[in-house]
Design a protein around this ligand. Structure first.
Ligand code: PLP
Length: 425
């Protein structure tokens, strides 16, 4: 059906047929941006894992053998909550590596953690519900929640993650209204986009608030294993004694994103509805992929791979921080991640990083993500997210040197943005 097709004798646009909520469906700025990136550009934009961290081929061959032993089930429909044998292995993995204890009916398998976020929005958010999020926070969580029209309450971050004292102030403000804050969405370890880690005291404080003011916490933890220090605080879920934390994670960064398997840990009461919501969308997660991961968990290959992966990303993180220390002009501040994939930089407030990007692409062949999209309140125009996950260390160094030249020019106000925007059209 074309844009102006005639369905019942009237001129009509296809949009008339769609639900009003399509208005809220927007492609993320990151996706749009990735389209502009050519081969000759050093990109700190996407947050994709480095393929050298993917599972090793001989281990994959062994896993294929395991799958073929389970051939009949692997190719069949499965159970909505996920294969019980896989979930059993996952429970053991969480217990030995994460300090999280769960029973079978408290674990649900999803298509990546993105589906977990989407389904949580569906089950929890009514129009106008108050949802607290970090300023900034993961852009695709905002996109997923947006469909259900929440009212975001933005809580600023500092170099130690979400300012829980400021969260308390807003929770108090709304507690006796018809719509108190329903849940807070946080990424305590290796936050996206800032790379910050929330210290233990803050984690405890957040849990106390959830209990005192009766709200849920969604703990999104894709980077919980991508850590570069021995001193990482426990996950909120491991500290949770009241079932207030809904924990989500993924195999995307510790195995491969192509497997599209994530999971949720929550109480069985919460799970019941999450499971129903998934039933009507995907019926069940793919058995084949779950058997593959079950094998890697059983053999503890995944545990071994995590150690290897940490070293790879640590080297890249070091390359980025060292070259930023060396080349970035004084007026720029940035986070120093101890986990995850990202450094977040704050430029002087007269610089708009979205406008600057065209210059960076054209003149220095380097890309980053402008920070504004991560801010639910539309602020953050002078910020940028730099991902070190994909380029090798020498490219990271070269890219930061080039980017620093761009930033220095912007600070000296030597860039004619108008011309650049015209060139980009
Ligand atoms: C904070 C956060 N949550 C969730 C996801 C989704 O990951 P996936 O759907 O691959 O599990 C990502 C991906 O980068 C992320 O950074």
């Amino acid at each position: 059906m074309g844009g102006d097709s005639n369905v019942s004798g009237r001129d009509s646009s296809i949009l008339e047929f769609f639900a009003a909520r399509v208005d809220r469906m927007r492609s993320s700025e990151i996706r749009e941006l990735l389209k502009l990136i050519r081969r000759d550009i050093i990109s700190f934009a996407g947050g994709a894992p480095d393929p050298i961290t993917f599972p090793q081929k001989d281990q994959l061959n062994e896993a294929m053998e395991y799958i073929s032993q389970n051939y009949m089930k692997a190719f069949q429909y499965g159970i909505t909550d996920g294969l019980p044998s896989f979930r059993e292995e996952l429970i053991k993995f969480m217990e030995r590596n994460m300090g999280i204890k769960a029973s079978l009916n408290e674990v649900l398998i999803t298509l990546g953690s993105q589906q977990a976020i989407e389904v949580l929005g569906k089950v929890f958010i009514n129009k106008g519900d108050k949802v607290a999020v970090g300023l900034p926070t993961y852009i695709a969580a905002l996109q997923a929640f947006n469909l259900w029209r929440p009212r975001y309450i933005g809580v600023p971050l500092d170099f130690e993650g979400m300012r829980v004292d400021l969260l308390e102030a807003v929770v108090k403000k709304y507690r006796n209204t018809s719509k108190p804050i329903k849940f807070v969405y946080v990424i305590p370890t290796g936050q996206n986009p800032t790379g910050t880690i929330m210290p233990l005291e803050r984690r405890k404080y957040l849990l106390e608030l959830a209990s005192k003011y009766n709200f849920f916490i969604i703990e999104d933890d894709p980077y919980g294993f991508i850590t570069f220090s021995e001193d990482i605080p426990p996950r909120l879920k491991a500290l949770d004694t009241e079932g207030r934390v809904i924990y989500i994670s993924t195999f995307s960064k510790i195995f491969a994103p192509g497997i599209r398997i994530g999971w949720i840990v929550a109480t069985s009461e919460v799970m019941r509805y999450l499971s129903l919501a998934i039933q009507s969308s995907t019926l069940c997660p793919p058995n084949l992929n779950q058997y593959m991961l079950e094998f890697f968990l059983k053999k503890r290959y995944l545990d071994e791979n995590i150690i290897r992966i940490r070293k790879i990303y640590k080297e890249k993180r070091d390359a980025m921080l060292e070259s930023m220390d060396l080349y970035m002009p004084d007026k720029v501040e940035w986070t120093r991640p101890v986990a995850g994939f990202f450094v977040f930089a704050y430029l002087p407030d007269y610089i708009d990083t979205k406008r600057l990007l065209y210059y960076a692409l054209e003149h220095e062949k380097v890309a980053y993500v402008p920070g504004r999209g991560f801010y639910a309140d539309g602020s953050g125009y002078n910020t940028m997210r730099l991902s070190y996950s994909l380029p090798p260390p020498d490219q990271i160094r070269d890219g930061i040197r080039r980017l620093s030249r761009v930033v220095a020019k912007a600070i000296r106000k030597e860039i004619d943005y108008r011309t650049i925007e015209e060139a980009a059209v």
